[in-house]
Design a protein around this ligand. Structure first.
Ligand code: DMJ
Length: 811
């Protein structure tokens, strides 16, 4: 048997998906300064912060247990419990409270994550002994579901997990699941509506028969659309389908209410008629977790229709609501009209959701905006205006910003997010810690405290902080095998395995699934699959193979993806670490002998060739970021060459097949810093070239834009510099988002080539595009030429006109 062996030394880090690599464009460089990467955080410091997060949780937890339990919440300034009907009412806000020891239930799974099995066991016993639901109290369906049902379910799941894994709590017999079921039944009367969309509130004892609920008709989109994860888990764990059936129906009804033109949802609706009452559409208060549950329902349950719906809404949000890093409400029926000029703190969850769905770049941008809001006002206020002034000054110790920070850190490994988390942690310590727990801040301008500590501070804020600073080995469970509910309760992906055989899904609106799977980036290829698959293996102990029929390309290959590793192995490729493991270098060997089949052996060979092509570039990381300034070698030539260039943080990115083409013209004066360019009348519609120095990159860009250039190439002012020998970087801006033309940077040696070409051909036209696209374009062109040559050779052969091959000796 013949075997071919190729070897490639490639950086292992270079192998993850291009999408995640794009995110790695984090190097920030100022015009005159050198690269300033985020300071890495040492393991020691990270561990200290992890322990500090743990202490924060316990400071709040003990304060609650010692001074407030069995109340729903601790009032940290009065240092006593808040009871519904006893403590002076705060109006609708108190609908959260059901006198069911909410903070304890909400805290249970955090105790497990902290590894405190003894306290968890004690707390579970208290919950079973003390918590009851037969109260004549009107509660919010949404809040009761996410905090209480979610808290009980997650605690139940983890209790069973600990029984098996840690050999503890053998006395536990599913009591919390029974409690969750009972509570679920008490919420169900709210779902008896013509639309299937639940009432916002229900009486725990009387259901909807409470006279106070007679006029109930309004609910918010998030209130009705944040039920499915918990109810599906409840159904699948108890075997009683009613919960999941009702929750799917509510989701279906909501989906029908989207605006068919914009695909957006409003914020408040009439549950009987389905009419919208508030048509504002954003991603914050009133709507936030509806979007979250569409996506996470897909992840947890594997039902594609939720992904399709999420994608439809997501595209609409990105089209109309997203405004650079900001997210501003519009009217669902007039999506070009902004409906308010401020943002609220609940929308800070959005970057985390974007990370999960695979859209990292806008996640990084919005997170950065939020971080700046935090730095500007010390704590993120409840709402701020488009010019970042305070709109509502409270700070309720909400988790959303830390949640997004956690997901961004998990996706990128960028220590910037650890530093952001550290800042958030230290700020809470300084401004919210009081002797009896943590107090919300009434106004971030004055720092005055408020007598409230919501249960989500323990279930989410401190949990996400602890997770952010934990390394996988610090955790007793693999969190990648769970979905975090909107209240950060953990539901295992294995729930999908429990099936939904009792009912079936309608398929009517699924025609669009494929369309959206083809959108770029396709969420289908990213996180959801990645998180579901490992668990399938975990649960069943088997290793299902992907039979996609499609060859895995080197460009798509992710070293962290178990399926990809198997596919590569089947193609006869083995990977061996070489040198110092920490450098992450691997050597790839290909052998037909090792391939599963002849066909896969050939695929392996192609894969290796592609990998060789890719590793010719300094790294795939760079490849993803690198820009190309390409031009034809002469007027008639089909042959093009490309000079390597770097991107900028402040200008639009040319992605995929996008490019800008035009004649190049040098700025005069060359540094393009003066308000007036001498040759400004000759620049419009052309690509301007200016030299680095004297003013910032972004000011050169603004000037180029002002005089009508279609793009700007900034060339280095250090002679002899070259992209061949120096790492490329991304030019930084000043945080504003007003540059609409692409701007790229080029080192001196590359510029000399461009300059020589310009001298040879005064009206030289260049094309600016992604380097990776240039490569693809060249490969496609070559393939096409080969095919055409082969076809004409075949035709000539068939026609008998094929020139005879010359005899060898004449060669
Ligand atoms: C939490 O109860 C949940 O995250 C909910 O979805 C939104 N608000 C709070 C935290 O801010």
């Amino acid at each position: 048997m013949s075997s071919t062996t190729l070897s490639i030394v490639a950086q292992r880090l270079l192998l993850p998906s291009l999408l995640s690599l794009l995110l790695l464009i984090v190097s920030v460089i100022s015009d005159d300064a050198s690269t300033m990467p985020t300071q890495n955080m040492s393991h020691k410091e990270r561990a200290e912060l992890r322990e500090e997060s743990r202490e924060m949780f316990y400071h709040a937890y003990h304060a609650y247990m010692e001074n407030a339990y069995p109340a729903d919440e601790l009032m940290p300034l009065s240092c006593k419990g808040r009871y519904r009907g006893v403590t002076p009412s705060r109006g609708d806000m108190d609908d959260i409270l059901g006198n069911f020891s909410m903070t304890l239930v909400d805290s249970l799974d955090t105790l497990v994550l902290l590894g405190d099995f003894a306290e968890f066991e004690h707390a579970v016993k208290l919950v079973i002994r003390d918590v009851q639901f037969d109260s004549d109290i009107i509660v919010s369906v949404f809040e009761t579901n996410i905090r209480m049902v979610g808290g009980l379910l997650s605690a139940h799941i983890l209790a069973e997990y600990l029984q098996k894994q840690a050999d503890v709590m053998h006395w536990y017999k599913g009591e919390m699941l029974e409690m969750a079921r009972e509570l679920g039944y008490r919420l169900l009367p709210a779902f008896n509506t013509t639309t299937g969309i639940p009432h916002a509130r229900v009486n725990l004892r009387l259901g909807m028969k409470d006279p106070m609920l007679k006029k109930s008709r309004e609910t918010c989109t998030a209130c009705a659309g944040t039920i499915l994860l918990e109810f599906a888990a409840l159904s699948r764990l108890t075997g009683d389908p009613i919960f999941e059936v009702r929750a799917h129906a509510a989701m279906d009804a909501l989906w029908k209410l989207r605006h068919r033109g914009s695909d957006l949802m409003g914020t408040v609706l009439n549950i009987h008629s389905g009419d919208w009452i508030r048509r504002d559409s954003g991603v914050g208060a009133g709507i936030d977790s509806y979007y979250e549950y569409l996506f996470k329902s897909y992840v947890l349950l594997g039902d594609d229709k939720y992904l399709a719906r999420f994608n439809r809404h997501y595209n609409a949000v990105m089209k109309y609501v997203s405004e650079g890093p900001m997210l501003l409400d519009v009217l669902m029926h007039r999506p070009h009209a902004k409906s308010r000029n401020f943002m609220d703190s609940l929308l800070a969850f959005w970057p985390g959701l974007q990370v999960l769905s695979g859209d990292l770049k806008p996640a990084v941008q919005t997170h950065e905006m939020l971080y700046q809001v935090m730095q500007m006002h010390t704590l993120i206020p409840e709402a701020w205006t488009v010019d970042f002034q305070i709109h509502w000054g409270q700070h309720h110790l909400r988790p959303e910003f830390i949640e997004s920070t956690y997901f961004l850190y998990r996706a990128t490994g960028d220590h910037h997010y650890l530093q952001v988390g550290k800042k958030a942690l230290k700020t809470l310590q300084k401004y919210a810690k009081v002797s009896c727990g943590y107090a919300a801040v009434n106004d971030v301008r004055t720092g005055k405290h408020e007598d409230r500590m919501d249960s989500f501070v323990l279930s989410e804020t401190f949990k996400y902080l602890f997770l952010l600073f934990s390394e996988p080995q610090d955790l007793i469970i693999n969190v990648d095998e769970f979905v975090f509910t909107t209240e950060a309760h953990l539901l295992p992906l294995s729930i999908a395995q429990l099936g939904n055989s009792t009912f079936s899904f309608r398929q009517s609106d699924e025609h669009n699934v494929l369309d959206f799977m083809r959108t770029c980036p396709s969420s289908n290829k990213l996180f959801p699959e990645k998180v579901r698959k490992p668990l399938r293996n975990f649960i069943t102990g088997s290793c299902p193979r992907t039979i996609s029929g499609k060859r895995l390309s080197a460009l798509d290959f992710q070293a962290s993806n178990a399926d990809h590793l198997r596919a590569v192995y089947d193609m006869g490729i083995t990977m061996v670490s070489v040198g110092d493991r920490s450098q992450g270098k691997v050597r790839l060997f290909h052998s037909f002998y090792n391939a599963k089949s002849q066909e896969e052996g050939e695929m392996g060979l192609q894969f290796m060739q592609e990998m060789l092509e890719l590793t010719k570039m300094q790294s795939m990381n760079q490849l993803a970021q690198l820009q190309a300034v390409a031009y034809a070698l002469d007027e008639q030539s089909q042959d093009w060459t490309a000079l390597v260039a770097g991107p900028s943080h402040f200008s639009p990115e040319l992605i995929g097949e996008q490019f800008v083409e035009g004649e190049v013209v040098l700025a005069s004066p060359f540094r393009a810093c003066d308000e007036k360019l001498e040759n400004s009348s000759d620049i419009s519609g052309k690509i301007l070239v200016a030299e680095r120095g004297d003013c910032t990159f972004v000011s050169k860009a603004r000037l180029a834009q002002k005089v009508g250039a279609t793009a700007l190439i900034v060339c280095d002012n250090v002679s002899g510099s070259s992209g061949e020998t120096q790492p490329m970087f991304a030019m930084s801006g000043d945080g504003k988002d007003d540059v609409a033309i692409p701007v790229v940077f080029m080192y001196s040696q590359e510029f000399s080539k461009l300059s020589a070409a310009m001298q040879r051909r005064p009206q030289l036209r260049v094309r600016i595009m992604q380097m990776v696209e240039f490569k693809r374009w060249q490969l496609a062109k070559e393939a096409h030429q080969n095919e055409t040559a082969a076809a004409s050779a075949a035709a000539a052969l068939a026609a008998g006109t094929m020139p005879k091959k010359k005899p060898d000796k004449e060669l």
